[in-house]
Design a protein around this ligand. Structure first.
Ligand SMILES: C[S@@+](CC[C@H](N)C(=O)[O-])C[C@H]1O[C@@H](n2cnc3c(N)ncnc32)[C@H](O)[C@@H]1O
Length: 354
């Protein structure tokens, strides 16, 4: 990152360059390993939409290649001149000192980095064994090259550009791949995303919209990002970071947290003891257009109600498939938004106790 240089920051409003921190990749991957230590064993992992020279994803998977028992690691970068933000990043010394360096390709072509087991099958490799070349194109995940690499992979792990989140998920689904990706909570209510959550094709990862050590997920940002947002801060080395609440991991890899049922009170106890004034002392309200009760807070879901319940979207982060069934998103029996006394409620997901 130290070699990044801003030559033209005219388009400052548009931001896609958020870099995931090593400890966040490590903490999340560890959760899957705790559940099944062989999650990544003999697998080809692809990290697209990356900047492998300084990416935490590349570093994590390269450094842990042996521990995870990986078969192959492939990471790709997106060409400088194709990026959303109008910046020029000088090629690094690493790139310039390589026999592969080509000044005619450095800004316009993506790069692919590959780390493979040794010819004798040993996994004893590390960052120094990474080999790179320029891609034929700019490294767009949607290109034919991007699709070919996707098809070769078993598990795709990255923080894709948020502006292309829908397309990225469709790209994963098209090839029926295992994945672990970062995204924003807002994506849950996208019409392309919630059917996947309801249909069990994707779920919330281990960490989602959760503060760890008092902080939401925090991303490194390029030097040219202006320090005009309260979530931006600079460390003692001058490196810039942004804290983004509401972000977290989406996946279709299994993890233990997903199988921990919520600890809940009965309906009677909720009405007697709830800390929420909207619940305490009154019956749960029903929707006008669906035979279901409205539950405005996840911790107010009654443990003993057998009918349909409408719960906030934050429920997805607490969902345990053994405890509840996901039935429908947002709509009542008439196909219109769920409403009470003629007024639509906030986005709700209809669930039923198993
Ligand atoms: C949110 S950043 C994450 C970078 C890196 N994966 C990380 O987490 O540190 C998304 C990256 O995707 C790149 N990108 C944008 N559009 C892309 C596309 N169509 N194909 C591939 N990468 C793209 C952006 O330039 C940016 O570097």
């Amino acid at each position: 990152m130290a070699n990044r240089r801003n030559l033209d920051s005219a388009h400052k409003g548009k931001k896609d360059e958020f870099y995931t921190q090593y400890e966040d990749v490590e903490r999340e991957v560890n959760a899957y390993l705790d559940y099944d230590k062989d999650t990544f064993k003999d697998k080809t992992v692809l990290c697209p939409c990356d900047d492998p020279e300084w990416s935490s994803f590349t570093r994590y998977f390269a450094q842990n290649f042996k521990k995870l028992g990986l078969k192959k690691l492939i990471t790709t970068s997106f060409a400088n001149d194709s990026k959303f933000e109008d910046i020029r990043v000088e090629p690094s010394d690493y790139e310039k000192s390589s026999p592969n360096y080509d000044p005619n390709k450095t800004f316009t072509h993506g790069k692919v980095f590959v780390l493979e087991r040794k010819p004798d099958g040993s996994c004893d490799v590390d960052m120094n064994d990474l080999k790179w070349t320029y891609l034929e194109g700019d490294g767009d995940f949607r290109s034919s090259e991007g699709k070919k690499l996707r098809n070769e992979a078993d598990i795709i792990v990255t923080n894709p550009p948020f502006s292309l989140f829908r397309e990225f998920v469709a790209w994963l689904m098209e090839a029926n791949k295992k994945f672990l990706i970062l995204g924003n909570q807002n994506a849950i209510s996208y019409k392309e995303i919630y059917p996947l959550l309801i249909g069990g094709k994707m779920w919330i990862g281990c960490r989602f919209n959760e503060r760890v050590n008092g902080k939401n997920l925090t991303y490194r940002v390029p030097d040219f990002y202006e320090m005009n947002a309260c979530e931006l801060y600079q460390d003692n080395n001058g490196d810039k970071y942004i804290t983004v609440p509401g972000t977290g991991w989406f996946t279709n890899l299994d993890h233990g947290r997903r199988h921990q049922p919520l600890s809940l009170m009965s309906m009677e106890d909720n009405i007697k003891y709830s800390k929420h004034p909207a619940i305490k002392g009154q019956p749960y309200r029903k929707y006008d257009n669906c035979d279901a009760i409205d539950i405005p807070f996840v911790d107010s879901i009654p443990s003993d109600y057998d009918g349909l319940m409408g719960v906030p979207v934050t429920f997805f982060g607490k969902y345990c498939p053994e405890q509840f069934e996901l039935v429908r998103f947002r709509k009542g029996d008439d196909g219109k938004d769920l409403c009470i006394d003629g007024k639509p409620t906030y986005f709700r997901v209809l669930i039923r106790r198993k």
